[in-house]
Design a protein around this ligand. Structure first.
Ligand code: CA
Ligand code: CA
Ligand code: CA
Length: 544
């Protein structure tokens, strides 16, 4: 008898230790409330990894198995557990989200001083987070005054090669989204969404098309949208059949109001449609009745005018050493080959002034420039400049260069590679003096005896973009002068909302205009290329 009881007790203990919980993917912050038990998940290839134990300064991640929108897991009950996910309790404090780890005993917080994600028992701003979404994942951002404030899943942790969760600067190349899975989140089946989005716009930018819309309203809001692209007709989705994300299909959460289709074929017309839906898996319910919103764009033909990958040496680029012993050199690290410049040598920073100059590149109708940089240490920014009359071997200081540095994005440290973005530089080339058939792009480096940053350039690409459809076709408004300095004038056929979008399709300004002439102050905008959108028409606009 005694033996049997003991045996039963062991079985019961074993069962309780093995208790599994099913967690359901959260697709919008509106599905979360204080007290919810969640696991935080990142994806790499087809694997799902959940946040687990504290590993020095970051949270380790362990592989879990996701089926559709559900993960079933046994969670850790001991801080020394290194094999199971740690369950986190969501809280709300002063309008921001908190994540309390009961097992480790503290709030997750971005501690700064590195990519540190830790726990502490006291709750301050570093442990209070905003929850933005990108497509169907979360971007938890600490409200604390730390540079590395975004919680991300890092698949490429270099020290040890294991995936982890850390905190990174907004500019970091680590971009693994955080997915939130909530215990017992399933079960509720919502009706079909009541309405379609009230607007659905497309903007073509190089080989990408940016779609944006105004979220649907109505009695039943959508949880997500399925945005489809096709070179033919759109295949309307079927209830109960989810469509996975792919090159021509994107599932986007309610509240995001935007998605980008990248790497589309050049010179091709794509049709787009958007379908709001509720639920997931076999319960997915799309709104497909009546007229669903559609858009259509023809991508431009893109031809390469110039490319240098610095594969074996500085290639077609030439260097000019104005002063200082250090110069632009070729270097390689972690299978990346690049042009490299650093004024730090023999334990000290040195004053340097050095040019890395491209060969002559033909000027065509629409010239776009892109490159990729990595940097480390404090010092001068890298400068990007254009000229038409530089002769090889001459002192570049004798030539008038147009400085276009501020048009691009750059690495902000830790040798994290950052893409500059593909930027239309046609306007800046056309205004160069004297005019010519060719131009050169130069990367200018400067260091001092006090500060010498290290700058790396992986590749430089120049492309000609030929728009099949002029962006001015069927436009219902006039905009001048273009380029403009401080004020741009708009002639509108009717009262409307005018939106200015940056090259990435982000809205940077929204102004209500009236029928007739309007003066819009654009002095606050950074110099560069923008799109002005009104009544579904888009005009490219350059701010000087
Ligand atoms: Ca339906
Ligand atoms: Ca030098
Ligand atoms: Ca390279």
């Amino acid at each position: 008898m005694k033996k049997t009881l003991l045996f039963l007790a062991v079985v019961l203990m074993g069962m309780s230790m093995m208790a599994q919980t099913t967690y359901t993917k959260v697709t919008s912050p509106s599905e979360l409330s204080a007290g919810d038990k969640v696991i935080l998940v990142g994806y790499f290839e087809n694997g799902a990894y959940a946040m687990s134990y504290q590993k020095t300064n970051n949270r380790h991640a362990v592989e879990v198995f996701a089926t559709g929108d559900e993960i079933t897991a046994v969670v850790a009950t001991d801080p020394s557990n290194q094999t199971d996910p740690f369950e986190i309790t969501v809280g709300m404090e002063g309008g921001n989200w908190t994540f309390f780890d009961e097992v480790k005993g503290g709030y997750l917080y971005a501690s700064g001083g590195g990519n540190y994600l830790k726990t502490q028992t006291t709750l301050d701003e570093k442990g209070m987070w905003t929850l933005d979404m990108e497509e169907d994942g979360f971007v938890p951002t600490s409200t604390g005054a730390v540079e590395q404030n975004i919680m991300r899943f890092n698949i490429n942790n270099s020290s040890g090669g294991t995936p982890l969760f850390g905190c990174y600067k907004p500019s970091s190349s680590v971009n693994g989204l955080v997915y939130i899975y909530k215990a017992g989140g399933g079960g509720i089946i919502y009706p079909e969404p009541s309405e379609y989005p009230s607007t659905f716009y497309s903007t073509v930018e190089g080989s990408s098309v940016i779609l944006d819309w105004t979220d649907a309203v109505g009695g039943q809001l959508p949880q997500k949208y399925l945005v489809l692209a096709s070179t033919g007709s759109i295949t309307v989705p079927t209830d109960g059949v989810p469509v996975d994300n792919g090159p021509l299909a994107k599932n986007v959460s309610y509240g995001v109001e935007m998605v980008t289709f990248d790497n589309l074929n050049g010179g091709t017309t794509y049709n787009f449609a958007i379908f709001p839906y509720t639920n997931s898996g076999a319960n997915i319910d799309y709104k497909t009745d009546g007229d669903y919103p559609t858009a259509s764009e023809t991508t431009p033909e893109i031809s390469e005018l110039f490319y240098e990958g610095f594969d074996n040496d500085l290639g077609q680029f030439i260097t000019y050493n104005e002063y200082g012993e250090q110069e632009w050199i070729w270097a390689t690290h972690n299978d990346v080959n690049y042009a490299y410049m650093n004024g730090y040598a023999e334990g000290a920073a040195h004053a340097n002034s050095d040019f890395l100059i491209s060969p002559e590149i033909p000027i065509t109708e629409n010239v776009n420039l892109e490159f990729s940089t990595a940097m480390k240490f404090n010092g001068e920014p890298l400068h990007v400049m254009l000229a038409v009359d530089y002769e090889e071997g001459a002192d570049p200081g004798d030539v008038q260069w147009a400085n276009i540095t501020e048009l691009f994005s750059y690495s902000e440290g830790n040798y994290e590679w950052v893409e500059s973005g593909m930027v239309d530089i046609t306007y800046y080339i056309e205004t160069l003096e004297p005019s010519g058939d060719y131009f050169r792009v130069a990367f200018y480096y400067e260091s001092t005896d006090e500060a010498a940053a290290s700058w790396e350039i992986d590749y430089v690409r120049v492309t000609n973009v030929v728009y099949s459809v002029s962006e001015n076709e069927a436009v219902s408004f006039n905009l001048y002068p273009n380029p403009a300095n401080d004020v741009v004038r708009i002639n509108a056929e009717a009262d409307a909302t005018m939106e200015i979008l940056d090259m990435a399709g982000r809205m940077v300004m929204s102004v209500n205009v009236v029928e007739g002439e309007n003066a819009v102050n654009v002095a606050e905008l950074t110099s560069g290329v923008y799109f002005v959108r009104m009544n579904g028409s888009v005009v490219k606009f350059v701010k000087r």
